[in-house]
Design a protein around this ligand. Structure first.
Ligand code: NAD
Length: 495
């Protein structure tokens, strides 16, 4: 059934099967028009976060025994409600986030894809396995872990929430969700829509910033944390989880390298457009965007020329509600200022700074948190724009000498989320095997190359654990081996 979703929208916490009216709400501005409010989110108290955890803890006692068929049917009803409201939800997401409407619709599609993948595979992945041979019998169970705290960031807020909700609940866990204050509305509404299909307390949502996050990650009753966000917040969360040895999945920051080998065809226009999208989709505000570009010196000049041509064509910056817009504003002022600071640092170091793309309405542009997509050429390998995760519409393009040099530069980072290698396929695959990352894509990058049937996650300081695929679903269960060996005594123990 379609709801009437109008902005400004006021959302509230959903705890133990009930909407909890907050004492205080905070506005979420529309970053394309900061004087317009997209909606109001509840400033929940730590006490309310505790109540949500208590209700999830209570609900777990019976939910863990529920039938898989029942879980799946309920999740399917939740999915249907999202589908019934898909266009309105995409509009809301675009308004609170700033991403263009096509991009918000894409996020809705991906959010549903995550949920449907979990529904389609839950029976198979979570089933009890029985193995028996001459040494005995083993019953391998996948037991739910307990109360899961799910914390999501602002850049892909809905998809990075539904990807947690679906496998966690299908595995028999209960959950308390907390979205980011920078994009709280769509997640809160969707979580409530899904939660209404489950018994009270199985899925709850509270809003707030670090104070609520700290409660959700340190409370004794929470057994697992599923977190997506920055590496620094990930550090705090690991510490908070340590006291009670909570299970953690941490999807953290990335500074993803893209390598363009000497056999990459710079005249392939479709590939060049894909390259530009790899840098500037969602205004560069994606964990898995190509953030450092390394190009073989023999093709560098031509690459830059063709890249600029493709960028001029594809980058149409402006009003996110217009269909022709491909890049919207930066999501918030602090992030805009951070990216501008990196560009200013590049300017002071004398690097070649090129603004690219087309702005249709200068007045609109000047009023919102907009900036021109920016390419930085000639930066030092250790420049801030190269070494730090910019998380916005700016990217450095650098030269390398040979394959070994490219691999060395790509791996010269404490982060290792995704990466990409572009060129003749067999050559690119060889180089891909040498990159330190959780995912490496060949001749594509960022979301364009995502395949959710396979695991996704980071190495080094980009995280712990995996999402997506079977491996990702197994992050929400504890394996439980029941051993019935034929020989029950050890032969070397004296009688
Ligand atoms: P963030 O770390 O600032 O915030 C993420 C969430 O954590 C928010 O909901 C925030 O309120 C909460 N939080 C803040 N302090 C907390 C604390 N002490 N304890 C518990 N929770 C706390 O990240 P962000 O700015 O929202 O998102 C951008 C970052 O997320 C980037 O670094 C990006 O690379 C990363 N990211 C990673 C992935 C991935 O899959 N690896 C995906 C998207 C974004």
């Amino acid at each position: 059934m379609a709801l009437k979703i109008e902005t400004p929208l006021t959302v509230n916490a959903y705890i133990n099967g009930e909407i909890v009216e907050a004492q205080e709400h905070a506005p979420r501005e529309n970053p394309a028009k900061p004087d317009e409010t997209a909606g109001y989110w509840p400033k929940n108290t730590v006490e309310e976060a505790k109540q949500a955890i208590d209700s999830a803890d209570e609900a777990f006692k019976s939910w863990k025994h529920s039938e898989m068929k029942d879980r799946i049917e309920r999740m399917q009803k939740g999915i249907q409600k999202i589908k019934d409201n898909q266009d309105d939800l995409a509009e809301l997401l675009s308004k609170e986030h700033g991403k263009p409407i096509y991009d918000a619709q894409g996020e809705l599609t991906v959010s549903l894809m995550f949920m449907e993948y979990a529904v389609e595979n839950a029976e198979r992945v979570y089933k009890e396995e029985v193995n028996e041979d001459e040494r005995g019998k083993n019953i391998l169970r996948h037991d739910p872990i307990g109360v899961v705290s799910a914390i999501s960031p602002w850049n892909y807020p809905l998809a990075l929430s539904t990807e947690k909700i679906a496998p966690a609940l299908l595995a028999g866990n209960t959950m308390v969700m907390k979205p980011s204050p920078m994009a709280p509305l769509t997640v809160t509404l969707v979580t409530q829509m899904v939660a209404e299909e489950f018994p009270e307390g199985v899925l709850n949502i509270v809003n707030g910033d670090a104070d609520i996050g700290i409660e959700l990650t340190s409370n004794d009753k929470v057994r697992k944390i599923a977190f997506t966000g920055g590496t620094n917040t990930g550090r705090h969360i690991m510490k908070a989880a340590a006291d009670t040895i909570k299970n953690v999945t941490l999807e953290l920051g990335g500074n993803d390298p893209a390598i363009f080998l000497d056999d990459f065809d710079v005249n392939d226009e479709a590939a060049m457009r894909r390259v530009v999208i790899s840098n500037f989709l969602t205004g560069g505000q994606i964990c898995m965007i190509a953030k450092r570009m390394y190009v073989h010196e023999s093709i560098y000049d031509q690459f830059v020329e063709k890249y600029m041509e493709a960028a001029e064509k594809w980058l149409r910056i402006g009003d996110p509600t217009l269909e022709e817009t491909t890049v919207g504003p930066v999501n918030n002022k602090a992030q805009l200022e951070f990216v501008q600071e990196l560009i200013e640092d590049s300017r002071q170091n004398g690097y070649d700074i090129r603004e690219v793309g087309n702005v249709a309405d200068e007045e609109f542009f000047n009023n919102g948190y907009f900036m021109y997509p920016t390419v930085v050429l000639g930066a030092d390998y250790d420049a801030r724009i190269v070494a730090e995760e910019q998380f916005g519409p700016a990217v450095p393009i650098l030269k390398f000498k040979d394959d070994d040099h490219a691999v060395e530069l790509a791996n010269d980072s404490e982060l290792g989320l995704t990466s990409s290698v572009w060129g003749e396929e067999a050559h690119a695959i060889e180089i891909a095997k040498r990159i330190e990352a959780g995912v490496t894509m060949v001749n594509t990058a960022a979301i364009q190359g995502l395949d959710i049937r396979y695991p996704f996650g980071g190495v080094k300081q980009s995280g712990i654990g995996r999402e997506y695929g079977e491996e990702g679903m197994l992050e929400y269960v504890d394996s439980h081996s029941i051993n019935i060996p034929k020989t029950k005594d050890l032969p070397h123990i004296p009688q």
